[in-house]
Design a protein. Structure first.
Lengths: 437, 189
């Protein structure tokens, strides 16, 4: 009797434990965790999440970690468009609903909630990123004729994989209202969207997290502001500010609320701190031109003073300088600040007077006498002139104004003097012989 | 001494006639305003066919579980004061039928006019029905952020700046269907 009871008990235990085992196996087999979110989302809104967590889990993973998710803003709030929108398209699987969507989420959509950010962006130099290159014939020739080799089918490649990815483009639609491969995907700052709005919020706040902290890191700017012609991230790394960031930036606080991100959260500024953030008395702005004095990328540096958003001199130079100094004084004395700008201004003026001016005078004279080749890209004089202002000249000016000694000097003025000597030699040879070598 | 000669009686009669006249003229005006301010009257003009179609499909046009609807007058006339209301009503009463007579319906560029919606949909009208909007949407995660700016006067946006298609949700679709092509509108501009 006792033995049979023991047998029965052990059988029961065995069956129980195997049941538990089966249950835990079943759990682990369901590898994809199912997100079930209510929070006032519409049926269609929930459907996006349900499917896309399986199809594109990366997108949903980003989103659920975002402030949008906290605020109850989900896929459909940004991707749904009106039926008569130029980019309205039917999503597969939901053709029986009144929902039209687009992969394209324009700044107009972001601006529905982020009203100030959009208005400030629309008044900034970033707004012009694509629009400013529309009328530049020499640039189109460089992309299509020279870089694209005038290839019957492939000549668009340099522009599409290069220029457009930072500057943006006018996004075109195919017969199904979906963006064409010639114009999408890209994260270009100055995209013109089919709804007419301009910009690219995701250039700095990458999708689908749209993180404020991400845009405060210098990497956000660095994805475009780098390289030989505007080495701004290299300049930052070279500067004392970059020195601090690279030493201990990973310990700083980056997701403090807008306008409340102040010294203490960080020990040194990033790009965003000086050019955009609310610091001290200054309010946060998405107008990156607001705190600038010079134009430091044009052939000649002039003081800003224009209301026209398409002007390279957009902004108010003296007012911009005042604001930038207000940034500096959160950490620096007025002597330090004033002397720093005197050093920088001196370098910019030297470039203007001692490099840009004589080089341009020689260029104009050679042009007048017919001593320039029609194709600038096989003409040693014109190539060197281009490097003088577009590469070396910018490095000297931007390096000096942002505290990067190596860029002001070795990549800047050292190269500039070499360029100028070379230009002078070619100029003299052509003027004396009356012909192009 | 006859009653007619009595000064007091005279005054009373004059006042009574005046009062009756005023009430009568108010009744006449009010009846006229309402008779000419609703879907049936306004959409009898040809140019208004797509607007009517979009309206009848919309929540504000009665497509809701209670069958309640806002009349054209309710949104497209201001409700801040009676004189303003009267003036705008009179203006539309003259301009709109004149345009209907002078123009072919398709000459009216509805697409462009829609862009100017803030000029002919009045916040005072929206807020007459949505009287407790501020309190009602305080707990709404998405609406409260926008409405807070509106009610604290931080923005010069109007209701329809954000609620772009309210009242005529699928107007774009109906315009295209009835021959008002968006491309034609853009070409004209």
């Amino acid at each position: 009797m006792r033995r049979s009871l023991q047998f029965c008990l052990s059988l029961l235990l065995l069956s129980l434990s195997s049941l538990a085992l089966a249950e835990s196996t079943a759990l682990s087999v369901a590898g994809v965790k199912t997100l079930k979110i209510e929070r006032g989302l519409s049926a269609e809104g929930k459907a996006c999440i349900t499917c896309h967590q399986q199809i594109t889990p990366g997108q949903v993973a980003d989103w659920k970690d975002s402030r949008h998710a906290h605020a109850g803003i989900s896929c459909i709030d940004c991707h749904q468009v009106t039926e008569d929108a130029p980019h309205a398209s039917r999503h597969a699987n939901v053709e029986d609903t009144p929902v039209f969507v687009s992969a394209l989420v324009s700044p107009k959509v972001c601006g529905r909630c982020h009203v100030d950010a959009k208005a400030q962006f629309d008044a900034s130099g970033h707004f012009r990123a694509y629009r400013q290159i529309i009328p530049k014939d020499s640039l189109h020739a460089l992309q299509v004729v020279h870089e694209g080799r005038n290839h019957p089918e492939l000549s668009g490649a340099p522009g599409e994989t290069g220029c457009m990815q930072c500057h943006g483009t006018e996004i075109k639609l195919d017969e199904n209202n979906r963006p064409t491969p010639e114009t999408w995907p890209n994260n270009g700052m100055g995209n013109i969207y089919p709804d007419g709005s301009t910009g690219s919020c995701t250039a700095c706040h990458s999708r689908h997290k749209f993180d404020i902290g991400e845009a405060r890191h210098p990497h956000a700017c660095a994805s475009c502001h780098l390289g030989p012609d505007h080495p701004n991230i290299e300049i930052f790394n070279n500067s004392k500010h970059g020195h601090l960031y690279n030493t201990e930036g990973d310990e700083w606080e980056f997701d403090t609320a807008p306008d409340a991100w102040e010294p203490g959260d960080y020990r040194g500024p990033t790009c965003a701190t000086c050019h955009m953030s609310g610091i001290g008395e200054l309010a946060v702005t998405h107008n990156v031109s607001e705190r600038l004095y010079w134009n430091l990328w044009a052939k000649e540096s002039k003081v800003r003073g224009s209301d026209d958003v398409l002007s390279p001199l957009l902004g108010d130079g003296p007012e911009g300088r005042k604001k930038m100094k207000m940034v500096c004084t959160n950490c620096h004395s007025s002597t330090h600040t004033n002397n720093f700008f005197m050093q920088g201004d001196k370098a910019v003026k030297l470039y203007n007077e001692a490099y840009y001016k004589p080089a341009t005078e020689m260029l104009n004279e050679l042009k007048e006498k017919g001593l320039l080749k029609d194709n600038p890209w096989i003409d040693e004089f014109q190539i060197t002139y281009y490097y003088l202002w577009h590469h070396e000249g910018r490095r000297a000016r931007q390096g000096a104004m942002m505290g990067a000694a190596d860029y002001a000097h070795w990549h800047g003025f050292f190269e500039l003097q070499q360029d100028l000597y070379k230009l002078e030699q070619i100029y003299q040879k052509r003027m004396e012989s009356g012909e192009i070598e | 001494m006859s009653l007619i000669r009595n000064r007091f009686v005279k005054i009373c009669v004059v006042l009574a006639v005046l009062g009756v006249g005023m009430v009568a003229s108010w009744a006449a005006l009010d009846t006229a305003f309402h008779a000419t301010g609703d879907y049936e009257f306004c959409t009898s003009c040809h140019a208004y066919a797509p607007i009517a179609a979009a309206y009848r499909e919309d929540v504000h046009g009665g497509n809701n579980e209670f069958g309640v609807r806002a009349a054209c007058n309710d949104c497209h006339l201001p409700h801040d004061n009676s004189l303003h209301y009267f003036w705008v009503k009179a203006k539309h009463g003259v301009v709109d039928p004149t345009m209907e007579l002078l123009k072919e319906p398709h000459e009216i560029d509805w697409h462009a006019i829609r862009e100017r919606r803030e000029e002919f949909v009045y916040d005072s009208s929206c807020l007459r029905c949505h009287k407790y909007l501020q309190e009602a949407t305080e707990g709404n995660r998405m609406a409260s952020r926008a409405h807070r700016r509106y009610f604290s006067g931080e923005t010069d946006r109007k209701c329809v700046s954000c609620h772009e298609n309210v009242g005529h949700n699928r107007l774009g679709y109906h315009l295209e269907q009835m021959g008002w092509k968006k491309e034609d509108s853009e070409a004209q501009q």
